[in-house]
Design a binder for this molecule. Sequence first.
Ligand code: MN
Length: 247
Amino acid sequence: MNKRNFLRTGLFVTAASLFKPRNLWAESPLEQMDFNEEDQTPGPFTLPALAFATDALEPHFDKMTMEIHHDRHHNAYVTNLNKAVVGTPFATMSIEQVIANVTSKDPLIRNNGGGHFNHTLFWTLLSPQGGGTPSGNVGAAITAKFGSFDKFKEAFTTEATSRFGSGWAWLSVNSKGELFISSTPNQDNPLMSKIVKKPLGKPVLALDVWEHAYYLKYQNKRADYIKAFWNVLNWAEVEKRYNAAKA
Ligand code: MN
């Protein structure tokens, strides 16, 4: 560990220990793994900038969580993905192609490619001007499929709350053009057709339910984090993705 990393790690440990008991970051080997890399390894994949300041989603998503989540966790997925693809056919693929082609035989690319893809999507779905109720085509489709926006929220919340351990909850469009709710473990997603058996589809809305997404502010109360999510959800982006998925 060089001096810079040592200082950063030291600062983080100090900050984290104010908020939580030791070792909670290490809830699983995956959670532990995604925390070790600080500097981005050069390669085909890069960390996208956030479209808003890290404190812009306060008080719903706090500044420190957004900083650590984007600058460290997402950065680590990019770094580890760049390392993992060296000398493989994945090195010349787009991240979308990586997701479509990865199998369970490539766990590093599955986890870090999924991590990069999922977080890149997630950031676009958050906005300081978010919240409210969906209108447009996706609003109509949600009402048609789930009965009402409130019933959709209830079903999505149940899926996100009951996903055991680390993972993601999704609203996606399937091959018939229908909306469906699902969840996946770790960094899998409904586009990983060689890994996720069913249901498969194009995600239009995503929620990260890893503890690193909410622990500093909400501790173990995932349900409170999910409630807060509705206040920062960028429905304009959901509408855009829905229309693209249906096209
Ligand atoms: Mn995350």
